[in-house]
Ligand binder design. Structure first.
Ligand code: GDP
Length: 310
């Protein structure tokens, strides 16, 4: 089943190129916030806000609604030294936004993550941000990005990347500099048209890979992953499978992403990204499978199964 109501993307950006500002602007223009809700400034950085809610569960991920489609936006670490974390995030998504400053152009720190995304055959969308800068050099920067793609061995399909020009600060997106725009509609449209919707078996026995782990003082270990097949339910008994074998375990609460908030939910279907608590000894690369007919997923390459955000 094609989940056209869903897209999963990761953002790749050099520090200060405007990732936080862009996600903030997307949230403000998405259907998720009602008029009376206040969007905090610099949302992705707002650990204080998450702390206030008692749990850091959503510190790295955000979801925005565009019309009837939910777009999960995952953050990628910009460093090469997070053993395996970049790969683990990229295995949860179907495409990436490469965000580049319209003056600075591509920077070395974005290269590592972009290389991984291209290797995983993810569909890239190039977002040239800060086009309001008086010193913007949009055309040259696009050429520099193309050179980088060639250098990194992008395939023909990846080289045909769509380009969206944005001023995250002003909340606008367009496809050419000449165009008039007063919103981010062009960006949402390019995401929905270019990032494949998850094509999944919703009615099959559950399969989910433990992609990343988080930890919270109140609730303990938090497992984050993408439901590959079937549906996961609040409180259900599952089979937890690792290299050594398998055992039954009970899921605690489930959360999906909704704006910046963790939204507790009863079930999460294939294609979507879920955070859950209750599996105190689950590890990265484990499979969460149906209780009755468990089938193990092929693991993800893991250099170091460390906690991602302790
Ligand atoms: P991040 O490190 O990628 O999350 O970058 P931020 O979103 O924190 O932005 C870094 C700086 O760039 C901040 O001072 C932003 O106000 C500024 N900035 C972000 N987007 C734009 C933009 O579209 N135009 C201009 N001129 N500045 C921007």
């Amino acid at each position: 089943m094609l989940r056209n109501d869903l897209r999963n993307i990761a953002i790749i950006a050099h520090v200060d190129h405007g990732k936080t500002t862009l996600v903030d602007a997307m949230l403000k223009q998405s259907g998720i916030f009602r008029a009376n809700e206040h969007v905090e400034e610099r949302v992705m950085d707002s650990n204080a806000l998450e702390r206030e809610r008692g749990i850091t569960i959503l510190a790295k991920n955000t979801a925005v609604m565009h019309k009837d489609t939910k777009i999960n936006i995952l953050d990628t670490p910009g460093h090469a030294d997070f053993g395996g974390e970049v790969e683990r995030v990229l295995t949860m998504v179907d495409g990436v936004l490469l965000l580049v400053d319209a003056y600075e152009g591509p920077m070395p720190q974005t290269k590592y993550v972009l290389r991984k995304a291209l290797e995983q055959h993810l569909k890239p969308i190039v977002v040239i941000n800060k086009i309001d800068r008086p010193d913007q050099r949009v055309e040259e920067v696009i050429d520099e990005v193309l050179d980088l793609f060639i250098e990194l061995g992008a395939d023909d399909d990846q080289l045909e990347f769509p380009v969206v020009l944005t001023s995250a600060r002003n909340g606008i997106a367009k496809l050419t500099m000449e165009e008039e725009s007063d919103n981010l509609e062009a960006l949402f449209k390019v995401i929905l048209e270019n990032i494949p919707a998850p094509d999944v078996e919703v009615d099959a026995p559950l399969q989910m890979l433990v992609n990343t782990l988080d930890y919270d003082d109140y609730v303990g270990r938090i497992v984050v992953g993408r439901v590959i097949r079937g549906t996961i339910h609040n409180g259900e008994t599952i089979t937890l499978m690792d290299e050594e074998g398998e055992r039954k375990a009970k899921i605690g609460r489930l959360y999906t992403y909704e704006g910046l908030k963790r939204a507790e939910t009863q079930e999460v279907g294939a294609g979507d990204i879920v955070a859950l608590i209750g599996l105190a000894d689950a590890n990265i690369g484990d499979t969460i499978a149906d209780a009755e007919s468990p089938e193990k997923l092929k693991g993800i390459s893991i250099d170091e199964p460390t906690l991602s955000m302790v």
